[in-house]
Design a binder for this molecule. Structure first.
Ligand code: ATP
Ligand code: MG
Length: 488
């Protein structure tokens, strides 16, 4: 079957070199699928009957450092997607005793074997760029045409071999806007518990791709329905059927899904998307009925959600930087933003708390939160007005680094290196947050001189005032919750 697909010259050079040396060489997997769909491939994979040693011998610059036989062929391209073309010998896979790793990887001399081991029909099409022939032994093109994700072979067996494939199905459906075929979906529902065995890192990587896709809400609903969400972020399921106060049209789960979807619609970055997904994850644990208000209350849900966010992201092995940032966004998402009442110094404190680099993400999180309630407007007048206050406050010093004094100067003034330096700087920052006009060399040095005379106890109290106040608020909120239910 001849079909002309647009293959970059760097890729073509690799397949040509293999074929010129007498080997078979086919493009395979995601790149063929994407070319047929009309999407730009993320990377280029070639499969061949040459062994890793033979592949390496054919190219100037290669590397081979994995147990799957994949050789990276380094090209001269500047395009990061074409810098390395992965060439993998035909493989068959042995049994997967642990639902994770094949017990053994065997090379094969048959393309058919290689296509058979692949996860989905749409990923099991090979393409020979020299003859423009597509090898499609599992009906992949038909499934692409009908936008269907179907396993190669029996779904139960294929998911039993490698449980991550269940999450891959949901992810690929979200990326391509495909549906999961009924039998494949049944297989997922039946094998869902196997996902527990998969390493958190592999789960995380698929979750990231779901969240980064254009349709994360749809994907997570499907994951939930098929029973695999509880092996990704079980805490989210506590929000199902958890009704909210009258300001909301949706339960906590749907609110989080809609918030995340808005972040995706806006193409906001991963951190904002994950913060949107988790910002109210602690609501079910903090929900208390108020007879007075005749409504549900969620006091301290920002504190509890931030703690849960940390736990969830740590568990999924997200980098500490991401975890800390997302938890801070979640912790701060309830910031008071009524521009009629809020003071500039309060706005500065919000910025100081999330950091100048994150304030925009925090404002976007607020937009997601509002849209997620089912209210229509993303930027109501009041939020826009608040944003202009943020712009104004961004000109003022909001961190120790922005003070007209630093640790070196304090030492020059006679302070010895010790934690006292940090306390002095933070005490000065507290004053400057209230009144930026105080941030002059003269005032800073004069005031530092006074602070240096304080004993450790007094100084620490001042220096840690801001931080302590926050921690006290958090502790009080959690204490109150503990009394009400038994939350940790
Ligand atoms: P993308 O390139 O968008 O990440 P992809 O489908 O290429 O999508 P990769 O992870 O790059 O995904 O995998 C390349 C190919 O390897 C897949 O198309 C599929 O044929 C095969 N494959 C990947 N993971 C598995 C798996 N867990 N089980 C079976 N086959 C797999
Ligand atoms: Mg790929």
């Amino acid at each position: 079957m001849e079909t002309k697909l647009a293959v970059p010259k760097e890729v073509r050079e690799v397949s040509d070199a293999l074929q010129a040396a007498g080997f078979e060489a086919y493009l395979v997997g995601g790149c063929v699928r994407d070319l047929i769909v009309g999407r730009e491939p993320k990377d280029w994979d070639i499969t061949t009957n040459a062994t890793p040693e033979k592949i390496q011998a054919l190219f100037e610059d290669t590397f081979y450092e994995n147990e799957y036989g994949t050789v990276g062929v380094v090209t001269k391209s500047d395009d990061p997607k074409l810098k390395v073309i992965e060439v993998t010998p035909y493989r068959t896979e042995g049994k997967y005793a642990d639902a994770r790793h094949p017990d053994a990887v065997h090379f094969s001399d048959s393309l058919s074997d290689d296509l058979e081991r692949r996860d989905f029909t749409i990923n099991a099409i090979a393409y020979d760029p020299a003859s423009s022939v597509l090898v499609d032994e599992h009906g992949g093109r038909e499934d692409i045409a009908s936008k269907r994700i179907k396993t190669v072979g029996n779904p139960h067996e294929r998911f039993e071999e490698d449980a991550l494939r269940m999450l891959r199905a949901v992810r690929i459906a979200a990326e391509l806007d495909f549906v999961i075929d009924a039998q494949t979906a049944e297989g997922i529902a039946a094998q869902a518990t196997q996902l527990e065995k998969i390493s958190r890192e592999r789960v995380r990587d698929e979750l990231i791709r779901i969240v980064q896709s254009p349709r994360p809400m749809q994907a997570l609903y499907i994951a939930q329905k098929l029973g695999i969400l509880k092996y990704v972020i079980p805490e989210l399921e506590e929000g199902i059927g958890c009704a909210q106060n009258q300001a909301h049209s949706f339960d906590v789960f749907e609110h989080l899904m809609r918030s995340l979807q808005h972040a995706a619609d806006k193409e906001w970055p991963l951190d904002v998307r994950i913060a949107a997904l988790l910002h109210d994850v602690g609501k079910p644990a903090t929900r208390v009925w108020s007879d007075e208000k005749k409504d549900w209350t969620f006091h301290g849900h920002d504190v509890v959600s931030a703690r849960m966010t940390k736990k969830i992201l740590n568990n999924l092995k997200f980098p500490k930087e991401t975890t800390d940032k997302v938890a801070t966004l979640v912790r701060t998402h309830m910031f008071f933003s009524d521009p009629e009442v809020v003071t500039l110094s309060a706005v500065r404190r919000v910025i100081a708390r999330v950091g100048r680099d994150n304030i925009n993400d925090l404002l976007n999180l607020r937009v997601c939160d509002r849209i997620g309630t089912g209210r229509p407007k993303a930027h109501p007048f009041r939020l826009r007005k608040y944003m202009s206050m943020v712009d104004e406050a961004m000109r003022d010093p909001v961190s120790v680094g922005m003070l007209k004094i630093d640790g070196t100067k304090l030492i020059e003034l006679g302070e010895k290196p010790s934690p006292r330096i940090g306390w002095i700087l933070h005490a000065l920052l507290e004053e400057v947050l209230d009144d930026p006009a105080k941030n002059t060399h003269e005032y800073m040095e004069k005031r530092a001189g006074e602070l240096m005379k304080l004993d450790d106890k007094e100084l620490r109290l001042l220096g840690e005032a801001g931080k302590d106040r926050r921690e006290e608020e958090d502790a009080a909120a959690i204490e109150e919750l503990r009394k009400k239910h038994h939350v940790n």
